[in-house]
Design a protein around this ligand. Structure first.
Ligand SMILES: O=C1C[C@@](O)(C(=O)O)C[C@@H](O)[C@@H]1O
Length: 252
């Protein structure tokens, strides 16, 4: 049964990324990660060495799901937006994501909103027909664009029929973290779909702690190895969010 990310707890959901290069490394990661009880697992399949073997990929997805018993997002992050260099063409990547949508092990797929619109439409069609969530994402590892640009990416994601819009941007100074939180609140007010946002890097890590209060439904913490700069270890992240939620309450 595919588990729904959105019904089992009050946000923010704590997600952690698996970045192993092969089945053995992923198993080891799971052994460390599962006791830390993340709510959601993101499998960063772009780290997998043999990503071109569709059956091997599907087998690992099943294994992750059966060991973790958690909702799983599969991401094949493009190199352009901070992912690993992989041996698949864009068409092959879309084919692989389509096959993953058919697997009961997978809850959601993440695809960049900057991808070819035909590929996005195809994955929307397939994910919907298999009852999987489509996260359309935007990453900028260099800087934080202005408010309107971030908003436009999220609006574009919604207009493609995304179930969730995600934005990860790099701050160059403290004001950029405030900008991200501010636009998070605007997106939460204006969009009909849920959003996930983060400001990356050291100063950006503040957004990973308080983003929920501005409308971000998920935050990424380190299980074994970070998948982006500024992530906080899951145990500390959980503790600090619980403490802030106690004082802040349901305010957002
Ligand atoms: O998009 C995201 C968010 C992220 O970049 C972060 O900053 O936590 C980590 C990635 O693994 C994930 O796909």
């Amino acid at each position: 049964m595919t588990m729904d990310i959105f019904t089992h707890k009050k946000p923010p959901y704590i997600c952690t990324s698996l970045t192993g290069k092969n089945k053995e490394e992923i198993r080891d990661e799971l052994n460390t990660v599962i006791p830390k009880q993340p709510d959601v697992i993101e499998w960063r399949a772009d780290f997998l060495k043999d990503i071109h073997h569709v059956n091997y990929v599907l087998m690992i997805a099943e294994e992750i799901s059966s060991i973790s018993n958690k909702p799983m997002i599969v991401t094949i992050r493009s190199e352009r937006e901070g992912g690993q260099k992989i041996s698949l063409t864009e068409d092959e990547k879309v084919h692989l994501l389509s096959e993953l949508c058919k697997s009961p092990a997978v809850n959601s797929i993440d695809f960049e909103v900057s991808n070819d619109p035909e590929h996005i439409k195809e994955l929307r069609r397939i994910s919907k027909s298999h009852n999987k969530k489509l996260i359309l994402s935007y990453h900028n590892f260099d800087f934080t664009p202005e408010n309107e640009t971030i908003m436009q990416q999220a609006i574009k994601s919604e207009s493609y029929g995304a179930d969730i819009a995600k934005v990860a941007v790099m701050p160059e100074h403290k004001d950029d973290v405030l900008l991200l939180l501010n636009v998070t609140k605007e997106m939460d007010d204006d969009l009909r779909i849920p959003i996930i946002t983060m400001s990356m890097g050291d100063i950006g890590s503040l957004s990973r702690i308080v983003g929920w209060a501005y409308g971000s439904i998920m935050t990424f913490g380190i299980g074994v190895q970070r998948s982006a700069p500024g992530q906080i270890p899951i145990d500390k992240l959980k503790q600090i969010i619980e403490m802030t939620q106690e004082t802040v309450g349901d305010w957002k």
